[in-house]
Design a protein around this ligand. Structure first.
Ligand SMILES: *Cc1c(COP(=O)(O)O)cnc(C)c1O
Length: 404
């Protein structure tokens, strides 16, 4: 079989098992409503939580970035890819998440891939050593891939069941007497399939007790959780108590691209030397950097944006349940509408698009059999009429398919 024939066969297999991912082209910018095939529909599937992807102030800042600092720097940071604005953004992000220092990456995926092998893997002057990572079973793909690059000979990798603090504690207790160099607990701040949060208070306590480093990938938390959008740590009143925070500039904050790691001065300085996706990869372009600075300034100046996101989320969660749909309870703008079987979710998502709502479904193998769902994501960009329109489409289609 030729390589291409092999690929064609695998693609057919994906289609047959309904794991093939189709892409729907939008004819408009991202927003509360988008244009699909010439029709305006309510967008319930984007990470544009704060509506910044096409916000006038953010667009203007990006254009200003190009005017003042050019299209790009054609370089990695340590060669000639550091502009004053990169340092400004890092400083602002540090104070936003409550850390000493911050390092930018081209994406959060790149941040995770660069992080683990730089910390739990490198010799750091020692000949014999062993590190250990405890990782939540539902952690994001980029955390999993990042950990793969830490060599097994020097890194023990343990998985604890999703948000199962007792399981994690048993693993930590079992390893108490072992002479590990670095102990690390790694978790998402918010898990995007369920919209649930990591039990941060217990994790902070366990990390303190076992002298472990607490790593939180808060890509769905930064800009979203907490009164002022500083993330999952703010929600729990724990700003400054997480050792390492990962965030993205591609979701709530700006909504274009880019990622960052915030931590101690030593951690960040060390990553600038050793994180391979930082050292051997291009610097973020000025348009993104200036737009991200504007995004943080906007959040600070206008508290109503995060408030509107929280209000929209509460409204949607309340009203969709009032219609008779079953959701996973919570407070995050990710609202999983539970439908059971994959074919119901598929049909419902297709019918909803016809009725003016863009929403994506998740089914096996992304979630367990019988737990198929549509995942709604609420945004500050939604007007109350957008939400009304989405809810009445849900009512109409839900009744038609016998779901409610
Ligand atoms: C989205 C996401 C990422 C990837 O972010 P990018 O900046 O788009 O690469 C990483 N981790 C988590 C938890 C995410 O939700």
């Amino acid at each position: 079989m030729t390589p291409n024939a092999l690929l064609a066969e695998e693609l057919r297999r994906m289609e047959a098992s309904q794991t093939y991912k189709y892409e729907t082209p939008l004819r408009s910018p991202q927003g509360g409503r988008v244009n699909v095939g010439g029709k305006e529909v309510v967008m319930l599937a984007s990470n544009n939580y704060l509506g910044m992807s096409n916000h006038p102030a953010i667009r203007a800042a990006a254009i200003d970035g190009i005017k003042r600092f050019g299209y790009g720097v054609a370089s990695a940071r340590f060669l000639c890819g550091t502009q004053t604005i990169h340092q400004q953004l890092e400083k602002k992000l540090s104070s936003f998440v409550g850390a000493e220092d911050t390092i930018l990456f081209s994406s959060s995926f790149a941040a995770n891939v660069g992080f683990f092998s730089a910390i739990t893997n490198e010799k750091m002057g020692r000949e014999t050593y062993k590190d250990v990572i405890y990782s939540d079973r539902l952690n994001h793909a980029s955390i999993i891939d990042g950990q793969r690059l830490s060599r097994a000979e020097v890194t023990d990798k343990k998985i604890y069941e999703h948000n199962d603090v007792a399981h994690l504690e048993r693993q930590l207790e079992e390893d108490k007497g072992k002479d590990y160099r670095v102990r690390m607990i790694a978790t998402d701040g918010v898990f995007s399939m369920e919209g649930d949060m990591a039990p941060l208070p217990q994790l902070v306590e366990l990390a303190g007790k076992h002298k472990a480093m607490l790593f939180v990938d808060d890509c769905h938390g930064v800009g979203v959780m907490g009164k002022t959008g500083r993330g999952t740590a703010e929600h729990f009143g724990l700003v400054g108590q997480v050792d390492v925070t990962i965030g993205t500039l591609g979701k709530a904050i700006g909504g274009s691209a880019g990622g960052f790691i915030s931590g101690t001065k030593e951690m960040v300085s060390y990553l600038r030397q050793k994180a391979r996706t930082y050292v051997f990869s291009n610097s973020l372009p000025p348009s993104i950097v200036m737009a991200s600075i504007a995004a943080l300034d906007l959040l600070k100046k206008d508290r109503s944006i995060v408030r509107r996101l929280h209000q929209n989320t509460a409204t949607f969660r309340r009203e969709i349940q009032a219609l008779g749909f079953r959701i996973i309870e919570g407070i995050h703008p990710v609202v999983p509408v539970m439908l059971g079987e994959a074919d119901v979710a598929q049909k419902m998502s297709a019918e909803l698009l016809k009725a003016g709502v863009y929403i994506k479904g998740l089914w096996f193998p992304v979630v367990p059999h019988g737990h198929a769902r549509l995942r709604a994501q609420i945004s500050a960009a939604h007007s109350s009429s957008d939400l009304d329109r989405a809810l009445s489409a849900f009512e109409k289609v839900g009744k038609k398919l016998g779901v409610i």
